[in-house]
Design a protein. Sequence first.
Length: 425
Amino acid sequence: MSLLALGINHKTAPVKIREQLSFAPETIPDALKDLTSQNAVNEAVILSTCNRTELYCQLNCDEDGTEEATQSLIQWLKEHHDLPDTDISEYLYLHPDKDAVKHMLRVASGLDSLVLGEPQILGQLKSAFSVANESGSIGQLLHKLFQHTFSCAKQVRTDTAIGASPVSVAFASVSLAKQIFSDFKEHTALLIGAGETIELVARHLHESGIGRIIIANRTVEKAHTLAQEFDGYAISLSEIPTHLAEADIVISSTGSQLPILGKGAVEKAIKIRKHAPIFMVDIAVPRDIEEQVGDLEDIFLYTVDDLKEIIDEGLKSRQEAALKAEDIIEVEVSHFMNWLRSLSSIETMRQYRQQAETVRDTVIENAKKQMEKGKPAEQVLEEIARQLTNKLIHKPCVQIKQAGMDGRTDLIEAAIELFDLKTNE
C-alpha cells in the first residue's frame, strides 16, 4: 500500500509550465475517474491552483512496484494535458509514503505557500477533497489522510501565530486600520482602484466585518464587478470628492502617474466630518495621494515605505511560528504513519479472530450433539473448556516448539511479549 504526492508548484516550475499542467475545475471529476481507472491507482485527489498542481494517490502496488507506477502516473499527467512528448521531469517533485504525508500537512498549514502561512490553501484542499469524494475516487486511506491533514492544519493555526502577522501590503493596511478603528461594522472604507491589491484589501476588510465598502475606479464597470463581490457599491474617480467625507478608511492603489486625491479635497471632507479622523494608505507608486495630505490634522497617512517595516516584522513572526508548526507536523506525521502501519495488524487480528470463532463454533456444535444424547450438562461444559483450550493453543505451541528446535529465540521472545508470559528469570 503506497502513498504518493506528485506535482509542481511555484518553486519548481515557471507559470508557463504550471498553466500547461493545471486542471480547470469543471474537468476534475472526469480526470479523477480517468486517473483511478489506471491499473496503478486505487485512490486519488487532484489539487490545482494558480501556484500548484498536485496528485495525491494511493497506488495499487508494493514498494518494489512504486517506480513503475510513478512513471505511469507521470505519463498519464502528460497525456491528459496533450503533452506526451514533453519532458516535465525537471519540474516535478515526488513524495512517497511518509514524505507524502509530511508534504500534504505542510501544504495545508501554509508552510509551502508563496506567502508563508496564507490560509486560502486549506480551503482549496478541502474543496479538492470534496470533489474527489463526490467523484468516488477516495477510499479509506485518503479519507483518513485528509481528515488528519485538516485537523493538523487547524492545530497549527490554533497553537502558532503562523497567520496572525501581516506579510502583504493589503493585510498590513487592514491591520493598521484595525488599530485605529476597533469596531469595523460602524465604519466605511473607500478603496481607489480595482486591481489585485485592492481586491485583497476588500477581501480582508469584508472578512473583518467592515460596515460599507465603496470602490472607485476609472472604469466603473470593473469597480462594480468587484464591489458586488463584497456587498459594496462602485463610483467613478470623479465622484470621489462627493463621497470622501463618508470614508473613515481610504486605501488607494492605481497605476495613475498623477495624484488622484489632493490636499484641498481632503480638507473639505474633514470639515464635513467635523474633524472625525480618516485613516489613509497610499500603496501606489507613483503616489495616488498628495504628500501634503499627511500634514493635515485628523489624517493618518501611510505609504508603501511605512508598511515595509510592518511587513518585515510580520514575516519574521511567521518564520518563527513556522518552526513551531514544523514540530507539530513531525508529531502528526508520526501519528498517521503509526495508524497506517496498524492496518496490516488489523487484518492479522481479523484472521486470528475468524480462526478462533471457527474453533468455537465447532466445539459448540459437538457440545450440542452430546447434550442431545443425554450427556450431563456439567460434563459437557468441562469437555467444551478442554477442547477449546487444546484447539486454541495447539498451533501456537507447535510453532513455539519448532522455533526452539530451530534456535529462533526472536520468535520465542515475541511469543512471551505477545501472550504476556512471565519468564523464570
